[in-house]
Design a protein around this ligand. Structure first.
Ligand code: NDP
Ligand code: HEM
Length: 494
């Protein structure tokens, strides 16, 4: 006899033998009736779920958002009121690599946050960059295809990336950040996070403000050069997981200062750029960041699959006092994430513990895969439709956002018209010191290996429009790295 719990089948029956299959004689064959063996093999076949179509490789931890500032004049969100403390989950990720990809690859980093507020889950699904490669969501699948594998070679294609980028100048801001030092942070703790999009706040008086969220690392920015990153990968492909997990395990809890930039609703007509354009920042001088609190990560997940792989972040998860904006990319993301979750995790994915709101949930959705909450979530089995006379859950008018004026003729507007793709990149380029510029040039040159010269030349025109030094710097780095020059035509990899 033993004190250990009895091993059972999934139906709860004791398992008499977990070492030897049921056979006809010691040499076999195996009996079809060995349902324990079949159950074991069948479960193994179902251990993997589809990886995220982007941001597949990730690292996560739980923590707290503490509000120390006072922005109650802008938003009624309870979790943003002075003194509020909200439990939260963070998942960091790379964009392009698959689930087994090495952590220290040059890539944009995801910075996804889920706040378990008393008014429902608020998810801020951002990156470690304040801008993005596209400003029209129509281009997201095309852009992502250039980051993933070539259909024939099954290899990443530098040609595809630079072909797309050189034909899409709105990507230049994000490409410059990606190729700069911030494109390869040492750990997830040594980078900022940004909500990136313009969101909105609204208050009890029904006033709306546009808002951008910033999470500034308190661990300092630390980056690796390409060579340093490669050396790390030579030793471990899991450097981020190790760094984050053991920092928290050892009590060195990473923190970020939380800031917002606020723009009164009608000022969106006055900026020289479209403040809802995801390829643009709001200059700090015009909209100074306001410090509102601290984000701290202080608890590792008990089970990676259950709590990080199963986590479902969606920009559509907002709470009263926080709203969206006309940003076209944000608008498309409001559809895309919950759709991805229904496919990746199943219909009732918000029933998985890590996704469950920490407040009462009452809705009239029914049945379907993974409905494990007793079939109906209205509090009364007679109230399974709405309106009803059985005290079923009712709508809450106080959660209604103030009206937003929307007008314009329906058309497919050319998003490149009237948008300067260079001025903010120039402001960034001018911030870099000589060392940063030199690493920017060599990182770009390294990433352009094997790209046909007509594509390189097209991209160099964009660099020149930012600053003549940008073009000449990259050209010199291309020559040093690949012997690229007027009389040296680089060869296409595929
Ligand atoms: P500021 O001089 O007021 O702000 C510059 C900001 O640039 C800094 O606060 C810092 O942002 C960020 N920065 C500094 N060094 C680097 C670097 N090596 N790589 C990437 N970002 C860096 O000027 P502006 O607000 O007018 O911005 C100028 C440019 O700075 C923008 O065009 C944009 O490219 C970049 N930037 C601007 C941000 C913004 O929200 N205004 C945010 C991030 C970058 P942080 O404090 O967030 O670390
Ligand atoms: C993940 C779509 C733009 C940040 C994902 C996923 C999809 C997706 C389908 C996988 C979701 C899942 O399976 O759980 C899109 C579309 C975009 C877009 C359609 C544009 C049209 C952006 C932008 C950002 C961003 C602009 C940041 C500002 C992230 C992050 C994740 C992610 C951080 C990983 C979330 C996690 O950790 O689970 N995206 N995305 N995406 N996306 Fe996007």
């Amino acid at each position: 006899m033993t004190d250990r719990p009895t091993m059972t089948t999934t139906a709860g029956a004791p398992v008499p033998d977990n070492q030897n299959a049921l056979t006809a004689g010691p040499r076999g064959g195996i009996m079809m009736q060995d349902y324990q063996l079949i159950e074991k093999l069948a479960h193994q076949n179902r251990e993997r779920i589809p990886e995220r179509v982007v941001h597949a490789k990730g690292w996560g931890a739980f923590g707290t958002l503490k509000i120390t500032g006072d922005i109650s004049e802008y938003t009624k969100a309870m979790c943003l009121q002075p003194g509020a403390e909200t439990p939260m989950l963070a998942r960091f990720s790379t964009v392009a690599g698959e689930q087994g990809a090495a952590d220290h690859e040059r890539d944009v980093r995801g910075f996804a946050l889920k706040f378990y507020t008393g008014e429902g889950n608020w998810d801020l699904v951002g990156n470690n960059t304040p801008v993005f490669f596209i400003r029209d969501p129509y281009k997201f699948p095309d852009f992502i295809h250039t980051q993933k594998r070539h259909p024939k070679t099954n290899l990443r294609s530098a040609t595809a990336m630079w072909d797309y980028w050189s034909l899409s100048p709105e990507s230049l801001h994000q490409v410059t950040i990606l190729m700069s030092d911030r494109g390869l942070p040492q750990t997830p703790m040594h980078m900022n996070g940004y909500g990136s999009h313009t969101y909105s706040f609204w208050n009890d008086a029904g006033e709306r403000y546009w808002v951008k969220f910033h999470f500034k690392t308190q661990q300092d920015h630390k980056f690796f050069t390409n060579e340093e990153g490669e050396a790390v990968i030579g030793k471990t492909r899991e450097g981020y997981q190790e760094a984050l997990f053991y920092a928290i395990e050892n009590g060195a809890f990473p923190r970020w200062t939380v800031q917002v930039q606020i723009m009164p609703e009608l000022d969106s007509e006055k900026t020289p750029y479209n403040p809802f354009d995801l390829t643009k920042v709001w200059p700090h001088a015009d909209f100074p960041p306001i410090e509102i609190g601290v984000l701290e990560l202080n608890r590792n997940p008990e089970n990676y699959f259950a709590e990080i792989e199963n986590a479902a972040f969606s920009p559509s998860n907002i709470v009263p006092g926080i709203g969206f904006s006309p940003d076209k990319v944000l608008q498309a993301r409001l559809f895309s994430y919950a759709d991805a979750h229904r496919y990746r995790l199943g219909t009732h994915y918000e029933n998985i513990p890590v996704n469950q709101p920490r407040c009462p949930v009452h809705h009239y959705h029914r049945d379907g895969q993974m409905n494990t909450y007793g079939g109906i979530r209205t509090g009364n089995p007679e109230a399974y439709y709405e309106p009803n006379s059985f005290d079923g859950p009712a709508e809450q008018p106080l959660a209604k956002e103030p009206p937003l004026k929307v007008d314009g003729d329906m058309s497919r507007y050319d998003h490149r018209v009237g948008n300067d793709d260079y001025v903010q990149v120039r402001a960034l380029f001018n911030l870099f010191d000589e060392g940063q510029k030199s690493r920017l040039f060599s990182n770009i040159a390294a990433a352009m290996g094997g790209v046909p010269s007509e594509i390189i030349e097209r991209q160099l025109i964009h660099f020149a429009r930012v600053h003549p030094d940008y073009e000449t710097g990259v050209r010199a780095a291309l020559k040093a790295a690949h012997g690229y020059g007027a009389d040296t035509i680089s060869t296409a990899a595929e």
